[in-house]
Structure formats: C-alpha cells, structure tokens
Design a protein around this ligand. Structure first.
Ligand code: IMP
Length: 498
C-alpha cells in the first residue's frame, strides 16, 4: 500500500469527523508529528491549542522534515488555515524566528507558508517570566522540575494572577508599558533575591524601557506580516466557530502529554498547558461537544525527560541522560552502533541483560536523545496501566502508536500490565499519587516477539504473525481501536487500519 492509498483509507475512516483532537498518551515526545503530518492532509484548519516554545513539533511536507515550536503543522500546505489559539503560550521572538526559518525551508521545496491566525489574548512571554522560572527552580534545589526554560508555568500562573501581558498589548505602546510595569513591580522582590543567588549569576535585571522597545520593534514586524493577511492577530475563537458552522474540518494538535498535564499528570513534575483532550475546547474556545473526538498517541518505548516518576523506566534518569552524552558515537549510523545493538540484543534475548542494558539498547535504537542538549531520554517499556488511565481521562475514539519496528529481534516483549502498591494490586484504571508512583512495583507480562525486520511496513499483511498477535492483544487490552501504527523512522512508515 502506498502513501496515497493510506491517505484514502484515512479519509474514509474520518469522513464523519469534522473536528479531531490529537493528544499525547505518555510523557511527551511520542512522535505525534508523524501522525499529524498524515492526519493534517484532509483537514482545512490546523490548530495549536496548548503548549508553547517548550514543545518541539516535527512534521513533514513532501517528505521534508520541518521543526516548529509554535507554528501549526498545516503551514506547508496551501489553502490551510493555521491557528495559534488562546491556550498557547506565545513567545514573540520564537514566533518570528520560526516564521522566517520555515518560510526559507518551504521555499527550498517550492512552497509558501499558508495563513496563520494568532489569538489576541495569548499570554505573552517576557524576560520577567524567565526570571521567575529561574527563581522557582533555584528554590526547589534538588527537587527542581527540570523545565525547558521557556517559562511556561510562570506564563500560566501569571495569567491566572491577572498580571500577564497578552498579545493584544503589543499594539499599543501605552498598554504594553503599563502591563510590563505591573509585571516588573510584582516580581521585583523575587528578581532581586534571584540575582543574589548562585543560580542567578547569569541573569541581570531587565531594563523596562529596553524590553518595551524590543517588543514594540518586533510587533512592527508582526504588523508587516499582517499586511497581506499572512499573519493575523484576531479573536481566533470566533474565526474557529464560524469555520465550524460553515462545515470546515478542524484538526487540534496537542502539545506535551497527559503525564505533563498540570491537573492529570504527575504533579508537580508537570508542564502548565492543558495537554489532555479537554484542553482543546478550553484552548480554542470551541464548545466541548464540537471537539469531542480524539486520537491518543503513544510509543512502544516510552521516554521521559526532566524530573518525575516513570514506573516502567528501565534505569536511573540521570544515568540514562549521561549515557548518551558519554557515547555520542552510538547515536550516529556506523559499525560501532550496529555492533553495540547486536551485542545488547543478544544479551537481552539470552536473559543476561541488566536493566541498564535494556535502557541503553532502546535509547540507542531509538536515537533517544535531545536534539540540542544531546542528553539521553530515559526509556521504559510499554505501560498499559498508564495508558488505561490516559484513555480514561482523554476518552479517545482511536489510538495511534509508533515504534512497532523497535520490537523486531526481541524474543520476548516486556509489557507492564498492572501496578502493585505496598502489596496491593491496583484496579485497572487506578492511578496512584505522584509520590506513590515511586514505590509502585510494575506487573510485567511477556509477549512473543519476532525476528523479521518490519521497517517501513504499510499494511498488516506485511507483518509477521507475532506482530499481528501483538496488535490484536494490545487493542483488546486497551479496549479502543488502533487506527495508526508507526513501523519505522520515516514519515510514511506507517500502517492505517480500517
Ligand atoms: P516546562 O514545560 O518547560 O515547564 O517543563 C516541565 C516538564 O515538562 C519538564 O520535565 C520538561 O522536561 C517536560 N516537557 C515540557 N515539554 C516537553 C516536551 O515537549 N516533551 C517532553 N517533555 C517536555
């Protein structure tokens, strides 16, 4: 089956779906972009409803890989309307950098960016938010969250304290100055203290007039982009509502995942955007019943970065992060990498591998390390207790998972099927407190693996029997239809199921 045929199947499956919400089912980095690249094709409007510059989204246009933080994945498709809705934390400088970068990348494949609408009430990132985040991380010390440094939680918290500048303030010198003054006064004692701390050594007190001047300059650039209606700052909830009423189809792309959601994730080791399906309605202003169909994305080898519990994790977080830093050669194609993977797989299959070796094997196999930091992402095994919880909270119509190919060569596939806490096996949809998750003993089941290389498989007929058995077993265990299955690293390495 080729890509066009996969798309046709998908269109048939989605023919009655006017609005679809895509959310992450684990701790972020599930590879949502691969599925979004295909799912976005039949939709008219592509909307970001949560997250901000903390999220990295990778998607594909004509097979070319594009990376954005804020800009929706419809940007490379003509005729699409892309929306940065009110639930998004807006960084003006990130947006401008991204816009010009993506315009150049699209030019190289003969395309232009499609239209972008930005909500006028998105909270606006400022250097003050950054200082607040640095202070909060500093006072937490060893218990720090390990944020991405984009001040996402301060943006949300200060919005709730009614003291955050918003995008609309960019268009009046007076409003911007007032909002920045309020913010700097409110945070003054905190900033002063931060600057006396060792963690504050790299920061300095921002100059109010310089900050305002810089923002007004960048706002002018936004205005220029708005002249030919390429970028518009409006009430996106109204535009979305009108589009919905006219029968346009709308894809809402989630950022992060339930594990990082401030209400439903592993609080306090969470981000601040509403990353569960309910966040689509809150973040876009579309009524809940109009965006109630969702698809939950997960991967066969989940990963976690930053701090926080991860029950099915193979190894210690820090050790996993440092392993990738110490062995960059294993993350490049070549003989050393192939030999390493072969030797580790043999030890795993002979029952000789330690937990550290499991972790290293999957980390290297999946190139699981940060693109900029090169720190490893700690890996774990598929956790059905967690996914059943994610399904309970999100209520997805379908599931999509990536990385079926990562099981190839394993004699047995380990899967966490339940949790035991202090000697009690938990109910199938129970989720313990964050502090209890550190004590949970996972109940592990092993499924038969397969030897065949399945990279790039496009239909179930191309899969070995045990891979099909695994898919059916997983679908029955999770009680939600599996619509999309990733079978390799390329954007079109996937199976669309009917
Ligand atoms: P923040 O979003 O920068 O506040 O970070 C809070 C936590 O969420 C940290 O542990 C981050 O590592 C994690 N996090 C935030 N965004 C992502 C993401 O896109 N993928 C994976 N982890 C993320």
């Amino acid at each position: 089956m080729n890509h066009a045929e996969s798309l046709n199947i998908l269109k048939r499956v989605l023919q009655d779906t006017q609005t679809l919400v895509i959310v992450g089912g684990q701790f972020g980095d599930e590879g949502k972009g691969k599925f979004v690249s295909l799912l976005a094709l039949p939709f008219d409007w592509i909307v970001r409803f949560s997250g901000g510059a903390n999220a990295g989204h990778t998607f594909y246009v004509d097979g070319v890989e594009l990376k954005t933080h804020l800009i929706p994945s419809g940007i490379g498709q003509p005729g699409k309307t892309n929306v940065i809705a009110r639930g998004v934390f807006f960084s003006l400088s990130s947006f401008i950098d991204e816009f010009f970068k993506i315009t150049n990348q699209l030019k190289s494949v003969g395309r232009k960016p499609s239209q972008i609408l930005i909500d006028r009430l998105c909270p606006l990132f400022t250097p003050y938010h950054l200082l607040l985040e640095a202070y909060l991380e500093a006072i937490k010390g060893a218990e720090k969250i390990g944020t991405t440094g984009k001040a996402i939680a301060p943006l949300e918290a200060l919005r709730k304290l009614r003291i955050s500048p918003v995008v609309d303030d960019l268009f009046s010198q007076e409003r911007l100055h007032r909002a920045m003054t309020e913010l700097s006064r409110a945070l003054e004692p905190i900033i002063k203290e931060l600057l006396t701390m060792p963690q504050g050594q790299d920061f300095k007190q921002p100059s109010l007039s310089e900050v305002c001047g810089q923002y007004l300059k960048e706002a002018n650039l936004l205005r220029l982009l708005g002249q030919d209606k390429r970028v518009q700052i409006i009430d996106t909830s109204l535009a979305l509502w009108e589009a919905y009423r006219q029968g346009k189809t709308i894809l809402c792309e989630g950022a992060q995942a339930i594990g990082l959601d401030p209400y439903w994730g592993t609080y306090p080791f969470v981000s601040a955007g509403n990353s569960v399906a309910a966040g689509a309605s809150l973040g876009t202003g579309l009524p809940p019943q109009t965006c109630s169909t969702s698809i939950l994305v997960f991967k066969t080898v989940p990963t976690r970065v930053g701090a926080g519990p991860f029950v099915s994790e193979y190894w210690e977080r820090q050790a996993a992060e440092e392993f990738a830093l110490a062995t960059p050669h294993l993350f490049e194609q070549g003989k050393a990498r192939s030999r390493f993977l072969r030797e580790k797989l043999e030890r795993i299959n002979n029952g000789l591998a330690s937990k550290a070796e499991f972790s290293q094997y999957f980390q290297v196999l999946g190139f699981d390390r940060g693109a900029t930091t090169k720190r490893g992402r700690s890996t774990g095994c598929l956790d059905l207790q967690w996914l059943r919880y994610a399904i309970r909270i999100n209520g997805p119509r379908w599931l999509a998972f990536g990385g079926l190919d990562k099981y190839s060569g394993l004699k047995q596939i380990p899967v966490v099927t339940g949790y035991s806490l202090d000697g009690r096996v938990l109910g199938p949809r129970e989720m313990p407190l964050t502090r209890e998750l550190y004590r949970v003993e996972p109940v592990v089941t092993y499924l038969p693996g397969w030897n065949e290389d399945i990279i790039g498989a496009r239909s179930e007929e191309e899969l070995p029997t045990n891979a099909c058995v695994f898919i059916t077993w997983l679908e029955q265990a999770l009680e939600v239809p599996l619509l999309l299955i990733g079978t390799g690293p390329e954007h079109d390495h996937l199976i669309v199921r009917t």
